[in-house]
Design a binder for this molecule. Structure first.
Ligand code: BGC
Length: 762
C-alpha cells in the first residue's frame, strides 16, 4: 500500500507509516506528529473548519471562495456534495493545491440510505430487526462510499417522547433499550466491527445530537431541554453511549442547552462525560451553525463562544467559521491554550488516517464503483423487504386486509399518486423522481385480476395552511385547481364503483423532520374530511397512513375498519405497501413510540414512574393521577402492532425464583401462532423493579426477539436475565442493581400481561 501525500512542491511519497503497519496507534501517532510539526497555526485551525459545500461543483470549484480556502489550508472537510466527480474535483484542490496536501473529509446526511433509501429511522425502529437495520446501514455505506462520501451524520439516537417534535421521524423512538440496540446496529453497519480501520466501502458514523435534543420543551424544535441527571443517565443517554461503545468515530453536538449551557459549549458533556467517563476517542463536530447560535443563546460574542466550544471539547466547527475567524486571536490573548487546538486538529487528522485518506485521498472516489454499486436491484430488494417489516398494522376489523386479488380497489388520496413523498425526510441523495407511487406499486403487485381505480380526493393541506408554510408542504403533488367539493365528488364517484377503498393519507414528507414541529398531530383536516366521507359510503375502507411521528388517531381508530401505518418507507415504499396490502408479506412491525389519544397527554410513554397516587383501574378517580377528560392509556401502546394472524402467549416460566447478582435466570414463554397464516411476532420482555432506593419505572423493555411461526406452530422463547438487565443509575449516579423483587412480563406489546416474579438476593 502506498501513502501518497501531495505538497505544493509536487507529489511526495510518504510511505513510512504505511510500511511500519499503519494499523497500530503508534504508527498513526508518529505520522500525525510529523505532519503536525509541519503545520502552521492557520493550517491547524483550518482542519477544524467544516463549511457547507455551497456552490462547489465541477468547474465552479476552481473559482469559489471555498476553493480559495481549501488552497490556503483553511478547510478540514465539506458536506452534502453529491457526485463522485464533484468530490474528486474538490479533493484534487486540497491534495494538489494546498501547501501540505491534506485530504478533506466528505460528510453527508446519509440518514436512511443513500440513493437506495430505506424507511425513515423511526420506521426502521418499528422493525425491531437489528440484523435488518445493520444491513440497511451497510448498504448505505456501500453506496455512499462509492460516491465519494466517507462520513455520515448518522445515527440519530435522540430519545423522544414528544411527537409534536418533527425530528422524532429521524430517531429511534422512545425507549433506551431498543434505541441502544438500534444505535449499535447502525454503527456496525456503517463502520464494521473495527473502528480503527475502514475498508473502502465503510464510512465513519457520527452519533447525534449529543445530547438530549429530543427532549425539547413543548416539542418545539431547537428548544431548551432541562432534566435531572438521573433521568439523563437512565433514560436519554444510553443510546449515545451504545454508539460510543460500538466505536462510532464522531459525535455531533446538539443545538439545545443541557443544564443551562448549550451542548456545544458544555464541558461536562463533551469532556467529563463523553471522554472521561465513556472513553470516546474520536472527534466532536458541532451541528450546523452550532457555534454561531450560542450568541443567540446569550453566552457571548463569536470569539467567546468559539473559545468556549473548543475548551469544552468540540473539535470541528460546522459552518459557523467561528474557529477559523477567532481562535488565533483567542490564543494570542491567552484565552485558550494551544493544546486545545492541537487536540482538535489531531483528532480530525486521526479520523482521516483511519479512513485511509492519507493512503489514497481518492479512495472513496471510484467512478467505476459509483456506476455499479448504487441503487442496484439487490439493494432495492433489501429496501423493499425491510420496508414491509416496518409497517405497523394498527387495526384490522372484519379482516379486510389482506386484500383479495380480485374485484375493484379504489385507491384514493393525495399521497397515492406522489413519488417525492415516498422516501421521507432527509433523503439527500435520493432521486425523488424514481420511486413508484402507491397506485403504481399496487398495479404492479396486484396482478391482472384486480382493477385499480384512482382519485386524488383532496389536496395535502388546505390553501390557507399552504400559504403559511409554502416551502414545507411543497414536495410534489401539484396543487389541484379544483375546489375541495369537486375533488371529493370525484373520489366518492370512484369509491362507489369499487369493492374496497384504500385511502392513502397522512403527513407529506416535509411535515416531519427538522423544523417541522406541530401542535396538532392528526391527519391534516382536509384529508380527514375526505376519509370521513369515504367511511360514510359504507364501503370497507383501509387507511394507509403516512406518518413521520406518532399521531393522534382517535376518530380513525373508532371508525376506520383497517389502518396500516406505513411511516415513510423509502424508495421502494410503494411496492412494499402493495406486498403487505395483498398479503404477500404478513405485517410484523411494532410501534417504537406511544401513540397518544390527544396532544394533552404528551409526554406519554410506557416506562413512566408509578407516582404516589397511581390510577388503579381504567375509570376516572378523584385525587388520583389522571385527567378529567381523557384516560391515562394511549391510543396505541409502545410495542403494539397486529398481524394477519394471531399469537397466543402461555404463562411466563422462570428457571428459578431467586438469583444472585452474579447469577442469571431464564424466563421462558410459549408463543403460538393461533391463526391461519404464517407470521412473525416480536416477543418482548419487560421487567419491573418493585422496590428501589430511587423510584423505578412501572416497566422497562429488557429484551425482544423476532420469532417466525408457521400457522398453528408453537415455540418456546427464552430470555436470560442477569444483573446487567437489572442495573440502573441511582441517586448518586452509581450503576447498581438493588436486591428485592422483580416482575417479569412477556408479551406482544408493552401491555404484556403474562407475569412472573423473582427475587434478587443480597
Ligand atoms: C441538522 C443535522 C445535520 C446537519 C447537516 C442540521 O441542521 O440538525 O442533523 O446533520 O444539519 O446537514
Amino acid at each position: 500500500m502506498k501513502r501518497v501525500f501531495f505538497t505544493l512542491m509536487g507529489a511526495v511519497l510518504c510511505s513510512a507509516a504505511a510500511a511500519a503497519g499503519a494499523s497500530d496507534d503508534a504508527a498513526m501517532d508518529r505520522f500525525i506528529d510529523k505532519l503536525m510539526s509541519r503545520m502552521t497555526l492557520t493550517e491547524k485551525i483550518g482542519q477544524l473548519n467544516l463549511p457547507s459545500a455551497g456552490d462547489i461543483t465541477t468547474g465552479q470549484a476552481q473559482n469559489s471562495d471555498i476553493a480559495g480556502k481549501i488552497r490556503r489550508g483553511e478547510v478540514g472537510g465539506l458536506f452534502n456534495i453529491k457526485g463522485v466527480e464533484k468530490i474528486r474535483d474538490v479533493q484534487r484542490i486540497a491534495v494538489e493545491e494546498s501547501r501540505l496536501g491534506i485530504p478533506l473529509i466528505f460528510g453527508m446526511d446519509v440518514v436512511h440510505g443513500y440513493e437506495t433509501t430505506f424507511p425513515i429511522p423511526l420506521a426502521l425502529a418499528a422493525t425491531w430487526d437489528m440484523e435488518g437495520i445493520e444491513r440497511a446501514a451497510r448498504i448505505a455505506a456501500i453506496e455512499a462510499s462509492a460516491a465519494g462520501i466517507c462520513w455520515t451524520f448518522s445515527p440519530m439516537v435522540d430519545i423522544s417522547r414528544d411527537p409534536r417534535w418533527g425530528r422524532m421521524a429521524e430517531g429511534i423512538g422512545e425507549d433506551p433499550f431498543l434505541g441502544s440496540a438500534i444505535s449499535r446496529a447502525f454503527v456496525y453497519g456503517y463502520q464494521g466491527r473495527d473502528p480503527k480501520h475502514f475498508a473502502d466501502d465503510e464510512i465513519m458514523g457520527c452519533v447525534k445530537h449529543f445530547a438530549l435534543y429530543g427532549a425539547a420543551e413543548a416539542g418545539r424544535d431547537y428548544n431548551t431541554t432541562d432534566m435531572s441527571r438521573q433521568r439523563m443517565y437512565n433514560e436519554y443517554l444510553p443510546p449515545y453511549k451504545a454508539a460510543v461503545e460500538a466505536g462510532v468515530g464522531s459525535v455531533m453536538a446538539s443545538f439545545n442547552e443541557v443544564d443551562g449551557i448549550p451542548a456545544t459549549a458544555n464541558k461536562w458533556l463533551m469532556t467529563d462525560l463523553l471522554r472521561d467517563q465513556w472513553h470516546f476517542d474520536g472527534f466532536v463536530v458541532t451541528d450546523y451553525t452550532g457555534i454561531l447560535e450560542m450568541i443567540a443563546h446569550g453566552i457571548g460574542d463569536l470569539q467567546e463562544v468559539s473559545a468556549r466550544a473548543i475548551e469544552a471539547g468540540v473539535d470541528m466547527d460546522m459552518v459557523s467559521e467561528g474557529f477559523l475567524g477567532t481562535l488565533e486571536q483567542s490564543l494570542e490573548e491567552g484565552r485558550i491554550p494551544m493544546s486545545d487546538i492541537d487536540r482538535a486538529c489531531r483528532l480530525i487528522l486521526e479520523a482521516k488516517y483511519k479512513l485511509g485518506l492519507f493512503d489514497d485521498p481518492y479512495r472513496y472516489c471510484d467512478a467505476k464503483r459509483a456506476a455499479t454499486r448504487i441503487y442496484t436491484p439487490e439493494h432495492r430488494a433489501e429496501a423493499r423487504r425491510i420496508a414491509t417489516e416496518s409497517f405497523v398494522l394498527l387495526k384490522n376489523e372484519g379482516g379486510i386486509l389482506p386484500l383479495q386479488r380480485k374485484g375493484t380497489v379504489a385507491v384514493i388520496g393525495p399521497l397515492a399518486s406522489s413519488r417525492e413523498n415516498m422516501p421521507g425526510t432527509w433523503s439527500v441523495a435520493a432521486d425523488l423522481k424514481k420511486p413508484l407511487t402507491v397506485v403504481e406499486g399496487m398495479r404492479q403487485v396486484a396482478g391482472d385480476k384486480v382493477e385499480i381505480l384512482y382519485a386524488k380526493g383532496s389536496n395535502l393541506v388546505r390553501d390557507e395552511e399552504l400559504e403559511r408554510n409554502i416551502t414545507v408542504f411543497g414536495r410534489d403533488v401539484p396543487r389541484d385547481g379544483r375546489s375541495d367539493r369537486e375533488m371529493l365528488d370525484e373520489a366518492l364517484a370512484v369509491a362507489s364503483r369499487a369493492d374496497v377503498v384504500v385511502a392513502v393519507l397522512g403527513e407529506p414528507s416535509e411535515m416531519s423532520g427538522e423544523s417541522s414541529s406541530r401542535s396538532e398531530i392528526g391527519i391534516p383536516d382536509v384529508q380527514q374530511e375526505l376519509l370521513q366521507a369515504l367511511v360514510a359510503t359504507g364501503k370497507p375502507v383501509v387507511l394507509v397512513l403516512f406518518a413521520g411521528r406518532a399521531m393522534t388517531l382517535g376518530w380513525e381508530a373508532e371508525h376506520v375498519p383497517s389502518i396500516l401505518n406505513v411511516w415513510f418507507g423509502g424508495t421502494q415504499a410503494a411496492e412494499a405497501i402493495a406486498d403487505v396490502l395483498f398479503g404477500d408479506v404478513n405485517p410484523s412491525g411494532k410501534l417504537p413510540v406511544t401513540f397518544p389519544r390527544s396532544v394533552g397527554q404528551i409526554p406519554l410513554f410506557y416506562n413512566h414512574k408509578n407516582t404516589g397516587r397511581p390510577l388503579l383501574g381504567d375509570k376516572f378517580e378523584k385525587f388520583r393521577s389522571n385527567y378529567l377528560d381523557v384516560p391515562n392509556t394511549p391510543q396505541y401502546a409502545f410495542g403494539y402492532g397486529l398481524s394477519y394472524t394471531t399469537f397466543d402467549y402461555g404463562d411466563v416460566r422462570l428457571s428459578a425464583d431467586k438469583m444472585s447478582e452474579s447469577g442469571s435466570i431464564e424466563a421462558t414463554v410459549r408463543v403460538t401462532n393461533s391463526g391461519k397464516r404464517d407470521g412473525v411476532e416480536v416477543v418482548q420482555l419487560y421487567i419491573r423493579d418493585l422496590v428501589g432506593t430511587s423510584t423505578r419505572p412501572v416497566k422497562e423493555l429488557k429484551g425482544f426477539r423476532r420469532v417466525a411461526l408457521k400457522a398453528g406452530e408453537s415455540k418456546d422463547v427464552t430470555f436470560t436475565i442477569d444483573a446487567s438487565l437489572l442495573k440502573y443509575y441511582n441517586y448518586d449516579l452509581q450503576y447498581v442493581c438493588e436486591p428485592g423483587d422483580f416482575d417479569v412480563m412477556i408479551g406482544g406489546s408493552s401491555d404484556a400481561v403474562r407475569t412472573a416474579r423473582f427475587t434478587l438476593e443480597k
